[in-house]
Write a protein that binds this ligand. Structure first.
Ligand code: FES
Ligand code: FES
Length: 166
């Protein structure tokens, strides 16, 4: 790890939402702090800060991670996707649209993490069963919706309304 001994930082490069980013960070900085405090990307939320609630979920090289406990330096060279980078211009990602169509949020605090976790699920398993969705989304907590509409939104985005294997 190439530390700058004058200020204790380390240089790193990564791609965030398709944009190359180069910056110097403290070695202990988390990816959530990098995104929110250094890049002003506030979509990933801080709640438990303990990898329990999923509010801070983002994608690193396509995999859903809790950015509150993920060292920023570990994402060097990686392709990071946050909710801010999910839409294609003015066209929402199908998962974003499905959450709207199904009324799958209330306060919205959990929603960015939910949507990115759900995208990761469908990238891995395009047509998951209802049970598979429940199992995969276990790490994302919502205090408002009761989960049913979130489940329906994910199944809707998967192109179906229930049942099937996977
Ligand atoms: S804030 Fe990261 S999992 Fe809760
Ligand atoms: S919509 Fe409020 S926490 Fe999920």
């Amino acid at each position: 790890m190439p530390i700058n001994h004058q200020n204790g930082t380390i240089p790193m490069e990564l791609t965030v939402n398709g944009r190359a980013v180069s910056l110097e960070i403290p070695p202990q900085m988390t990816l959530l702090d990098l995104l929110r405090d250094r890049l002003s990307l506030k979509g990933a939320k801080r709640s438990c800060d303990l990898q329990v609630c999923g509010a801070c979920t983002i994608l690193v090289d396509g995999h859903a991670v809790s950015s509150c406990t993920y060292l920023a330096y570990e994402a060097r060279g990686a392709d990071v996707l946050t909710i801010e980078g999910l839409a294609d211009g003015n066209t929402l990602h199908p998962m974003q649209q499905a959450f709207i169509d199904n009324g799958a949020f209330q306060c919205g605090f959990c929603t960015p993490g939910m949507i990115l976790a759900a995208k990761s699920l469908l990238d891995e398993t395009p047509r998951p069963s209802e049970e598979k969705v429940k199992e995969y989304m276990e790490g994302n907590i919502c205090r408002c919706t009761g989960y049913r509409k979130i489940l329906e939104a994910i199944l809707d985005a998967a192109g179906k309304s229930g049942g099937a294997s996977g």
